[in-house]
Every structure is written in structure tokens, then in C-alpha cells.
Write a protein of this length. Sequence first.
Length: 640
Amino acid sequence: MGMNITPGKNTLLWVFKITVISAVIILFLVMAYVLLAVHEVQLQIEATSIQKTSIDQAPSTIEAGTSVYSHVLEDYLLYSVSQTEEPLDINDPLIIEKRNNNYFVKEKLELPPLMENSCALYRCVQHRKKFTEIPASIWKALLGTEDFRFLEHRGVDPVAIARAIVVDIIAMKFVQGGSTLTQQLVKNLFLTNEKKLSRKGKELVYALYIENVLTKEEIVTLYLNEVFWGVYQGVQLKGFYAASLAYFNKTPQELDEFEATVLVSFLKGPNFYHPVRGLERMKNRAHAVYNRLIDINLFSENQSLVWNEERWMKWSDDFKQRNQQNTFYSYYLASKNSDQLIDSFDKMTLYESVEKIEEFLAPRTKGADVGIKIFIADKDCNEFNCPQVFSYYSKFERDKNKAMTGEFHQVGSLFKPMVYESFIELGRDYNEYISTAPLTLNLKSGKWTPKDYSRASESEVQLKVALQKSKNIPLIRVANEIGFQKLEQALVHKIPRLKTPLEEFPAQLLGALELSMEEVFVTYSNFIQNKCLEIKNKDKEFENSVLYYMSVASETTISKIARAPLKYANIFGKTGTSNNGLDNWYFAFDGRNYYVLWFGVESERDKQNLARVSGAVSSFLIFQNFINHRGKQISEIICD
């Protein structure tokens, strides 16, 4: 007798129930996944649309009768808010005169504020614009290149997906995507580039949701504002506006249709189609895209716009030259600095001065881990946290406040004016002559012989000349004659971290002392204020004071490298060099602001020797370039 294998009613019912329950669970999981994905994209869109990460920018001023770097002014205007009424004409000879690489400004200029930088990423520039502010040539080129059916679908294009599936099946791997512009936006803003089904599923949900809550114009605007467009001068380019400034040195409104095509062609791969490394690839792609845009009637044919070989080479060479400059990077730094003591043009000029000196000293620093710190404070500031200050630290990935207040560097000769002034307080005279003969002291630790940077040409030198030329031997000789214990009592309340007894550590008088930027500022500002008080009280004449002696550039250690107009201005200044060039300082007071600058090596100092670097050729030159090219009349030290 055969077996009956026909399932009973109970079995069929049981299978049906399991199937229904499974379907409900799967449906629930799918709905939960969709809801979670929708919630995620809601948060992403909200963050993108309402988050303000930019710093408000204020107008800048260039005073009449001053000089500025020509390329800094040109680029400042390019990166500034558009002037709708009477824009500045830098080619007007009545206003500006070109002198080599500088502009001499004949009339006072009120410059518009810099554009706000919306990018919250490190080393990134972005200028978000409304759809009405985007040139039609750019969004047309985008749609014609990336998604011609954009206006016909709702975020997902079944035709493109079917085509991609066929290609992928034939290749037995993910080769071609059927992504719409909306899906590309999702992938660029919210997801990764990994080719997995889970990521693709989330991409579809995101795209459908975005198409449901945003208009087509809003999607295009979001895409053009948020997509990565490459790197320029070490700065990431986010959005079409920053890309136009970088690749063409023009605003998007100034681009013609072929240039707009080139701009959009970068989206396929900014590095692959790089203007220098990928020039041939860019040529082929741009011409192909431009012809397609004509074929689909988005552009009218105009062969006069198409670049020939000479024009391509000029574009590539211009980009290469500009990419080696630093003004775009300087703009980025200015856009992220909220300090109000100096204006945005000042900031760009200062950053440019820093980059120039770094480049100038590169053969001497030989790849060392160089750091640069700058602190500027209003003359009325009595503390480091005063509102009227400006600070800069070249290592942006590190804590700037800690670098300024908690890191210590040997000061070298920086505080010698305070030592010499203590000599005067203890009865010596700036006009007396001091021997320059070698000197050896018997310390508890052994014999110590101070040395000068260069051999003395005279057997004696006036005390004020020894101060101005930063001489070591005369300083130690006078200190020894006065008595280190007596000198210690005069200095211990002026200079922080002074080791005592001084007679055991006399090298501190020559700079073997480590202080922070904050301590240098506070110490020197107190010293300047006290010396000014003596002059205001008529206890001392300015022309016979330490403030005057150290403000005559032609008589100090910077005499050979000082340049007009700074060279002829009375600005108190002192350099400091220590540790074979690992620590290089400059302090200045121009009657309006205090300046503290440090240029040195941050790490692996035991392996470095920058003997050809000094405070004069590093920190001072940064200061001089800034003062001479900031577009402000040079202020002089006045004790009022």
C-alpha cells in the first residue's frame, strides 16, 4: 500500500500563517529601515541648510600714501563681497599706481568685506549661493553632463537603473551605476562611495525622500553648493563658487559657456582631470561634454568660445603659478579668524608675509618642523585675554591657547633692553665706554666665557651701542662689576622664571631662559608702560631713553635688512635668537600695538641645527613685510 503525502489542512494553514507572519515582519523591518533612513536624511538636510559656520566679516581700509602687495589686493577684491555700486577700479592711475609687485595707493580706499566662508571643515572654502545667483550656464552644464532626465524623474530613474543592471550582470560585478543627480547628491553628502546593496538601498530611500521635500531648483542648488571640487593651495574646494575662484581666478558670473563646461567637467574626478597633471584628459572630456551640450540644445554653438591648444596651455600655466602662491590660503585663514584688532586685509597681508618668509627660509630650515606664533595687542591691553588682540599659530591642528600660554621657548637676546635699563637704574650711564675684551667667570659649575656673535672691531664700546648691537661680553662685564646679587634684586620682579641666585646662572642674562608668548607680552608691555611713564613724568627724555635707542633701526641688529618705510620710523624693536636658531623672536611696539613673534622648531629639536636662522631673518622679516605692505600709515612710538 502506497504512502499518502498530500498535506493536510492543518499543515497548509500552518504554512500560510508562517508566510503571513514572515511577510509582516519583513514589511515591518523594511518600514523601520525606511523611517530610520528618512530620519537620518532629515537631520542631514537640516544641518546643511540652517547651520551657520561662517564668521561675520567687516570692511577693510587702505590709507592714502601706503604700499600693498598687488596680488594680495587683487585677490582680496576677488574674494570679497561683490560691489554693486561703483566697484573699485585698481587700474585707475588717479587712485592706484603699479610699482613692480606692489600698488602705491594715492587715495584712501574703503574695501568691501570678505565673503563669509561657510565650510566647517579644516582647510576648506565654501560660498553657498541661492539658485537665482547660479549662472544658467553652470546648472545647464551640470544637468546635461550628469543627469539629462533630471526634470523627468522623481529621484530614481528606472531606465538608467535597468541599463546599469544589464551592464553589471554582463561584467559580473558593479561596473556602472544608474545614479541620478539626486542620488549623486545623496552619495556625496550623506553616504560613502562603497558599492554595496545596503548602501544602494539607503541611497534610493534618501533620493526619493529628498525629491519629495525639495524642489528641483533646491536639489540643484544643494548639489552645486555642497559637492567637493578639488584642492587649491592646500585648501579644499566645496561648491561651484570656490571652484570658479580657484580654477579660473574669476567669479562664476564671469565664466562663459565653455569655461562653465570645464568647471563642471571636474566633477567626474578633480584630481584625475587636474589642470596640470590631467590636462590632456580634461581637454578631451571638456570638448566632448561641450559638444554634447550643444547637441541636446542646452548650449548654442559658438566655436569662438572653444579653447585652442595655446589657450589650454595658458590656463594650465596660470593655474600652476597661482597654485604655488598663498593668497587663497591666506583668505581661508582670514575667513576663520574672528579677532577684531586688525582688519581682514591686514590679516591676509600678515598671512602672506608668513608664507613668504617660510618659503625664503626653506633652504635653511631643511624640512624641520617649523612653527610660527604671532600675538598682537592694543597698547591699552594689560592682560593676554584682552578683547583687542590678534593671535596666529601656524599649527592649526593643535591647541592655539596652549601654544600661546603653556609652551615655553628660550628668549635669546629678547630681554636685553630690560637688563641694560637695570644697569642705568643701578647707577651706570649709556654714554660710558665698556671693554669688549674676552671675559671668563668662575662659577660653581666651572669656568664660563661668554661670546659675541661677531668679533668686536673696537676695544671699547658705548653702553648704548652695546645695547643696540646686542653685545654679550659688555653686558656680562657690567653685570659682574655691579654684582649679580644686586642685579638680581633689580630684575627678579621684571623678568619671570628667573633662576636664582643669578651669580650661578648668569647665562640667563643672554637668553638662557624659557618663557611663553603670554609671558613675553605681559613682561614687555609692563616694561614699555613703565618707561613711557618715566617720559610722561619728565623723569627722562625720550631721545635719551631705551625706547628711543631701540627704535632707531639703522643703529640696531636689523640695520642691514630694515627697509623703508619701517627703516626710518621710530618703532621699538628687539630680536632674540637661541638654541642654534631653534628659537627666534621679535618684539615690537609702534605706539599703537604690541607685537610678539616667534619662529622656531617644534619637534625633534635635538636633531636640528638652524645656525643660519635668526630672529632678524625670520620673525623680524615677517613683521617688516606686514608693516610695510598692510596699507596703513606706519605708527611710531609715542608715550602719550
